[in-house]
Design a protein around this ligand. Sequence first.
Ligand code: SF4
Ligand code: SF4
Length: 381
Amino acid sequence: MNKEELLEKALCCNRCGTCRGVVQDEIPDVAFATQCPCGMTLFGAYEPSGLMYLARGIAQGDLKWNEDLANVLYACTLCGYCDDFCQRGYRHTPAVDILEDLRKRIPEKFKPAKIKKLAKSAVLPKNHKLSTLLNYGISDVTGNKKINTILFADNTILLNTSKLKEIGFILKKRDKKVGCFISDPLPPVSSDLINAGAQKELEKAMTVIDAKIAAHGIKNVIVYNPESLSVLKRFSKSGAEFVSITRICASLLKSKKAKKVKLPSVTYQDPCHLGRYAKEYAAPREVVKKLGLELKEMWRRGPDALCCGAGGGVLQNRPDLAKKFAANRWHEAKATGAKVLITACPFCSANLKQGKPKDIKIIDITTLVAQAYGYPGKEGR
Ligand code: SF4
Ligand code: SF4
């Protein structure tokens, strides 16, 4: 967008500050009253209304980029709460569009090295482990036009044999043909490209993905990492349907009975990219119910869920901040009394391991489902 469009969007925000907190009549703990991870931890400039004001300053040319200004933006996890909340009827401020646009504008010289590195995240790693999937009946799509459903492989699984095995095991249980670009994988796009403001790299990768999807007649794409799912859903022009592995698990559990999982009560962390970005709130709860588990919901859940603190490149660039953000989520998870926290996002899992209370276990939802169907291998991480 150009500066005029940025200004027009930023002016939607009247800095009411409402999106900073949860609007509820009763709050069980004052610590659960705020919502923006960076705003609740730092100070005014880091809150959504501060960031929208900052956008106005950039659009009008009153503010000039410097390292400090860039670092204010890099503390935002792009959790999407301020956007989602404001769009529900306050001022309809497209906060995510604005925050993403600002990241594209940050001059390279003010980008920390760890943010610059994220711009290279769509480059395939050497020696990926996708051939593991062949052991589970998942065929190589390259040169095979009879498969219209594929698994999308992103950087959290390309080298992760134990997770690929779990996913392969689950997909085999569906008794439906699934393929994957194994010998010539798709560029592993994820929100890392957005976090880095890497517009060109994102467009280039999406062009390759869309062309390959079209050339092979792919209609459905199963995605493990919600941070890839949200990007594919937003930027692919292929017409294919992108479905979370969590939705696939929920459908599978409806059609094929699994054994009940023996666990103490559980709570569930709504990942921002699965929830607010992909609007997938029901499927993980259906999985928990089908597995016979007692779900103790956190106060902030569904569209109002609190970000774990990993997003926006904060985990990679500012692990100290990400840890502080995670502590806020743990405070609330502990208040439920649950002994297990289920996640459906590898980044939530990684960040929430920081400061994890000793008496609470974290389990990825695909691990739970694989175990319920009798998966014999070691837990995928
Ligand atoms: S983004 Fe919306 S809810 Fe948040 S401060 Fe601005 S106007 Fe208020
Ligand atoms: S996207 Fe999330 S972290 Fe960023 S300003 Fe909005 S509420 Fe805060």
